[in-house]
Write a protein that binds this ligand. Sequence first.
Ligand code: WT7
Length: 658
Amino acid sequence: MSDATIEVYENEARRFPPPEAFAAGALVSDRSLYEEAEADYEAFWARQARELLTWNQDFDTTLVWDLPFAQWFVGGKLNVSENCLDRHVAAGRADKVAYHWEGEPGDTRTITYGQLLSDVEKFANVLKGFGLAAGDRVAIYLPMIPELPVAMLACTRIGVAHSVIFGGFSPTSIVDRCDDAEAKLIITADAGWRRGAPSGLKSAVDTALADGAPTVEHVIVVNRCDTDPTMVDGRDHWWHDLMAGADDHCPPVPLDSEQLLYLLYTSGTTAKPKGIMHTTGGYLTQVAFTHKYVFDLRPDTDVYWCAADIGWVTGHSYIVYGPLANGATSVMYEGTPDTPRETERHGDRSAWTKDRLWDIIERYGVTQLYTAPTAIRTFMKWGVQWPDGHDLSSLRVLGTVGEPINPEAWMWYHEHIGGRSCPIVDTWWQTETGSHMISPLPGVTTTIPGTATTPVPGVFAEVVDQQGNTVDVGGGYLTITRPWPAMLRGIWGDPQRYFETYWSEYPGRYFAGDGARVDEEGNIWILGRTDDVMNVSGHRISTSEIESALVDHAAVAEAAVVGANDEVTGQAIIGYVILIGGFDDSPELREEIRQHVATKLGPIARPKAVNVTPDLPKTRSGKIMRRLLRQIAQGEEIGDTTTLADPSVVDALRASAE
Ligand code: WT7
């Protein structure tokens, strides 16, 4: 990120103190939580753990910290599904709605806490029937349907760790993740609805299992779209058949606070995704805490909507675990924002209305909306003003996550969606942090477009320079200085990589991989990744993952990938490839190479463009100069090229990008 960009951010910045009326009614309207946490952060988190959660056995030690390994609430025992379901039902809230679910075609299901508990108990018994027990891992590859939280919670009920694989990922990704985690079972669906048509999932699982993932013994299939998938005798089982025969009583198993809750794979600087490990007590404490205070939750009256996919950490923490732990009512939606209900589709796709989001907000009376900047920029592009005449006045708090939000998009969100009366919480966090880390608190924090402001109570962040010295005002690298309850406990099967990736760059500190700037008032402005990781529509994809997929194509000898700025998606993937002798450049070949990446990794990884070049810009030591490729992709002035082994390569690259 250039200095010019930083200046633009700050010049455009306007401040929004919490509206008076809002501050007066907010859950917190003073700095007491911050003060308490600053005075004794362990005692602060211990209080949150005991107040927000129900423990089967109280913990005796709040934190054991042996860098880089943390244990929170040691000696404590609890069960996540019991905290998310049983205790609400026991308190007389069996009929309270947990999810207003809406399928993409417009079919709906209202799921109460009582029904959710009953389904979770049954499905936990189904899992037990397959011999699964505490310590095992299962993979979940489902669309955004109620069976997805049911499957996750059923795992937590008996101590099985889940590994949710995003429905947009490919068979290769399924194999890699199942192999790494040695998953014994996969839960999937025939298909999910996507942009007006069923999008197959079971077929991807079949391809994956034909090729590999030998540890997987059984597949459970939800019938979502009636697409009649092939069922392998003895291996594949229908969800509805198993549930029909399952007992609906399954007591929750009290589990150690540090029991593995789930694995979630995320991209890093190498081609191999990392299995991020999250455990039980600390994770649930911090997601419940942040879900309550960052969204100013009033569980009795709010209808909260996080419009992410459960395949990412945002959905794990803020569609499933945080909201359910807090007994909230949520909206859960299967499809894309530009797909109207089936009854409202007229003519061809291009004529379809694009007001699905506003329609959902209005019909359910949504009070909190949590989404990504890329979605907001898409709405701006559609030219929506006060959204199509829908009444959005039920909204109280707006949230954003996944990438830096440009002040223009922030202002648009504030005016057109929020009607100028909703605080916007810009939440910075990561798959690894498990939970919000830097965010305003509505009612307390003055918000400024473009900054996530300051760490939430109990979290401690600092920006440092290259040598690791604290930067009080200015730019540098974002680090976290103390352990936090929802922090990753490691990378599955690779403790060394865990230490090296996060704890070795700046001794004693967690390094997030993001560049950041602190202003005079201590607000943190996240500037984006500083490593070879791209952020496409709020999701991390590593350059090397895509490079491996590119060179896997029969015509590609060498490849380099960069993220170029993109108005809607934040960054767009641009590939540069050298062809193997005998292959000729053509639009068809480039298209085939793009498709090859999508097939290997999934559609989100498809490069926006693949340019064929005779050579790549390398230093004399053989390192690819990505900065140069990025500048070319963005049509920018090219900086210093004196370290290039062959400076003439620049002209060839320019020609290929045109
Ligand atoms: C990376 C983490 C956390 C859920 C979604 C992404 C970027 C995240 C913000 C924000 C600026 C942000 C960072 C971070 N990021 N939130 N509010 N402002 N950048 O999770 O895939 O683990 O990616 O997303 O670069 O490191 P993830």
